[in-house]
Write a new protein. Structure first.
Length: 335
């Protein structure tokens, strides 16, 4: 009887050890869940979506959820801790960082061009130009759908108006809807003469006949970190392994989009199932033509300076920034 008891105890002990080992193994292999906040659901964010759909995050042990947080909430959700990181402009982060003990820091580039364009109502028949005097005559006295106040579209619109010698407050009228897609209806209904927008809105307006091809392309400004991935500094300090895994997956997404247009289209269809394929193709073609995406995820000092030249000229933010505090390229430059 004693031998039987010992045998039963031994079996139970072994079972308990195996159970604990299995639990420990399961816990160690748990996928880390991360939330990324985006200001809009944008075709420009294709490399991020590609990293999700192609399983690059999953391979790295990450479960990434993307939420749309409009009206600047893509920044505040990171500040509050509701989101692990965001995608957007570094200038928006800097405005929130002012005086913060735990600033938001950008770790990898995604959209490396100012991904917006100016279109004019068809009857205006504006021809493409970068000539300041011509642009001044185009804008003066017009109503412009410029996007929400403080947003990138709005800042770029104000900056260009000032560059050509106009006062955004008196020489034009700015319509500032929170929804970027609203510019289509603004021009269609005669409530605006000019719209600042991107795809798929450009194709929508072309199909409706309300405007012609863009007469001004902000992508021509050159390298411009329009949409970068950013996280809190405390996240970098406390969990650099996760940040590295995330950045590696984004770089894979950038490489896929650059090298495989067919796969890129598949991802676009999955992310924008209600958008016509012709509109998605037009957006993809325009993105490739204008070198929209970063090649390697790097955010250069010169490109950030260009962003803040725009911000400071408009007067929206004039307190300056320190590149080394706002941008951290250690995860892109891991080699």
């Amino acid at each position: 009887m004693k031998k039987l008891k010992k045998s039963l105890i031994g079996v139970l002990s072994l079972f308990l050890l195996l159970s604990l080992a299995a639990c420990s193994s399961t816990q160690s292999e748990e996928v880390e869940k991360l939330v990324i906040a985006e200001p809009v659901h944008s075709i420009g964010y294709l490399p991020l979506y590609a990293a999700v759909h192609e399983g690059y995050f999953e391979e790295a042990g990450l479960d990434v959820e993307i939420i749309t947080a409009t009206g600047g909430a893509h920044v505040t959700t990171v500040v509050s801790g509701e989101a692990w990181g965001n995608i957007g402009g570094p200038e928006s982060n800097q405005m929130a960082n002012n005086g913060s003990s735990d600033p938001i820091v950008s770790v990898v580039n995604v959209v490396n061009r100012a991904n917006v364009y100016l279109m004019a109502a068809t009857e205006l028949n504006y021809q493409p130009t970068t000539e300041p005097a011509t642009l001044k005559s185009y804008f003066e006295g017009k109503t412009i759908g410029a996007g929400r106040y403080g947003g990138s579209l709005n800042l770029l619109t104000r900056w260009l108006l000032m560059e050509v010698g106009l006062d955004p407050s008196t020489d034009v009228k700015l319509e500032e809807p929170a929804d970027p897609a609203a510019v289509v209806s603004l021009v269609q209904n005669g409530a605006a003469d000019i719209a600042n927008g991107s795809e798929p809105q450009i194709k929508s307006g072309l199909d409706l006949g309300i405007w012609n091809e863009p007469f001004y392309k902000f992508t021509d400004l050159g390298d411009y970190p329009y949409s970068v991935i950013s996280v809190k500094k405390s996240t970098i300090d406390e969990d650099p392994e996760t940040v590295q895994a995330f950045v590696d997956a984004i770089v894979k997404g950038l490489e896929l989009v650059a090298k495989n247009p067919e796969k890129a289209m598949e991802v676009l269809k999955a992310e924008f199932p209600t958008t016509e394929e012709a509109s998605l193709q037009a957006a993809l073609d325009r993105a490739y033509e204008d070198n929209l995406w970063s090649e390697d995820g790097f955010i250069s000092e010169e490109s950030v300076e260009r962003v803040f030249d725009v911000v400071e000229k408009t007067g929206i933010y004039t307190d300056g920034y320190v590149y080394q505090e706002l941008i951290d390229m250690q995860f892109v430059n891991k080699e």
